[in-house]
Design a protein around this ligand. Structure first.
Ligand code: FAD
Length: 468
């Protein structure tokens, strides 16, 4: 088979790249390992909130740029951050022109658009007929109408290199092994979160003791193929995810929702020694990264009081109160901190000391003196003083990896010396360089897929000499 552009992956990044390439006059194909019309991928089951660094993607470019650089502590690649800043409004407009319907996401980051219809407000995973599923199906229809192809049930195995340039993809499907020759290849396989070996190398010492909060289709194939072709990687140590009930390890109804980030960010999170080990004020994505790094990621517990539990009735898209307990998640309750420690299996004296220190620091406005220091700018701490007190045993949920293949602002895959590999591009969660940093900044899985899918196709079309 011979095409102009081959996308590895049929999630949003791959399909957007293939549809955009077709619009620009290229013959495009998306190579997708999943079988059947509703093959699984993170794009299909996601919640659908569109943002750049948890704020509107279509804010003025300079504001978006500063937001990305500041959230990542200056570690984002400047040209890539600039690309997000300058293409956010255009990416959203493109989606709407191509059949996406947007509505305001309830209870989350006020006013952010979400693919409509949105998910139900319940525990567990629902996706069929939701906005992301409908939009993905719609993109596939548009690709085929534009003369492109989606090769389902087809696995990309390796890139075909000619000298230093990429010229296609080796594939395997029911018909056997063959080659898709392509002037441009866009890697869009969705990240390496389901690759336990890589997780062990970069993210957690205990890959089986964190919870996959995704469809497990992102197995790091794109990263491996790009590395074999000489690509650089960036920021492999951080992931986007949420804090979940520890019972999720045996009870599937507890993922992807309810997540318990807000509870953790208002109260405290302690390890097996009943001591704090993280800056809860940085929020759930940061906390879940820190839990994953513990010697035993299944040893963290959230401690909070009835004020926080009351607030949890309204907090987040799927409020933990009462859904956590209704879905089978453990919620310890006690009239004193000592009694709570006994119920949660923690040392009584140690937990009393930890809570006492925390309360004194919050009331004295000196949480910066706690060890570890507790920031207050993003999530305000709530003193643990109003009974009943609560404890929730936690697990780290990994949704998608933040790091990956190094690309420039035009989505061209880069070698370690920062020169592009001709014919090779990447988009979506396969890409690193715009997220992570010291605070595990989450820039947005969907915007990475839509925006970089568009940019990758447009760069490839330009480099192949096709019309814009
Ligand atoms: C429960 C959940 C909720 C989420 N909510 C949000 C949200 O509200 N907002 C947001 O911004 N992000 C959200 N995300 C993240 C977002 O869904 C992803 O970041 C985004 O969809 C990634 O798109 P992608 O195209 O890069 O990857 P994917 O959608 O994962 O698609 C990659 C595709 O590549 C295929 N593939 C992999 N390897 C191969 C191979 N070797 N050969 C052929 N095909 C291959 C896979 O089968 C898959 O279909 C959520 C994710 C989950 C799981």
């Amino acid at each position: 088979m011979k095409v102009d552009l081959a996308a590895v992956g049929g999630g949003f990044a791959g399909l957007v790249a293939a549809v955009r390439a077709s619009e620009l006059g290229l013959v495009a194909a998306a190579i997708e390992r999943g079988e059947g019309e509703t093959y699984m991928c993170n794009s299909r089951v996601c919640t659908g909130v569109i943002h750049t660094a948890l704020a509107p993607a279509d804010d003025p470019p300079d504001i978006v740029y500063e937001r990305v650089m500041s959230a990542t502590g200056g570690t984002a690649r400047p040209d890539l951050a600039r690309t997000f800043a300058e293409n956010g409004a255009r990416a959203i407009a493109w989606m709407e022109e191509h059949g996406a319907t947007l509505e305001t996401a309830p209870r989350r980051n006020y006013g952010l658009p979400s693919l409509s219809p949105t998910r139900r407000m319940g525990a567990g995973l629902d996706w069929e007929g939701n906005g992301p599923d409908l939009f993905l199906r719609g993109l596939e229809t548009r690709l085929e109408a534009a003369g492109g192809t989606i090769l389902r049930g087809t696995e990309a195995l390796a890139l075909v290199m000619e000298g230093r340039a990429c010229r296609g993809v080796e594939i395997r499907n029911a018909a056997g092994r063959s080659t898709v020759e392509a002037g441009a290849v866009v890697i869009a396989d969705g990240g390496f979160q389901a690759d336990r070996e890589r997780l062990g190398a970069h993210i957690t010492g205990q890959p089986d003791r964190i919870r996959q909060r995704n469809t497990e289709t992102g197995r790091g194939d794109g990263l491996r193929m790009a590395e074999e072709a000489g690509a650089a990687t960036v920021g492999l140590d951080k992931f986007y995810g949420h804090v979940l009930s520890r019972d999720v390890m045996t009870n599937p109804v507890l993922w992807p929702y309810p997540q318990v980030d807000v509870i953790c960010a208002s109260g405290i999170v302690v390890g097996a020694d009943a001591r704090r080990f993280t800056d809860e004020g940085l929020g759930g994505v940061y906390i879940t990264n820190e839990i994953a790094r513990l010697d035993d990621p299944l040893s963290a517990t959230a401690i909070f009081d009835s004020t926080v539990w009351e607030q949890a009735k309204e907090a987040d898209l799927v409020p933990p109160n009462p859904l956590l307990a209704e879905a089978g998640g453990t919620l310890h309750e006690a009239g004193s901190i000592g009694e709570l420690a006994l119920r949660a299996g923690l040392d009584t004296g140690s937990l009393e000391t930890t809570v006492g220190e925390f309360n004194a620091a919050v009331k004295g406005g000196r949480t910066d003196r706690l060890a570890p220091a507790r920031t207050v700018e993003t999530y305000a701490p709530v003193p643990i003083e109003t009974p009943p007190f609560h404890a929730v045993p936690l697990a780290a949920g990994i949704t998608v990896t933040m790091g990956g293949i190094a690309v420039d602002g035009a989505a061209r895959v880069l070698r370690p010396d920062d020169t592009p590999i001709p014919g090779l591009y990447a988009a979506g969660s396969a890409v690193g360089g715009v997220e992570g940093g010291p605070r595990a900044a989450y820039i947005g899985g969907l915007i990475k897929a839509f925006l970089l899918g568009l940019v990758a196709a447009e760069t490839a079309a330009r480099e192949l000499g096709a019309g814009q």
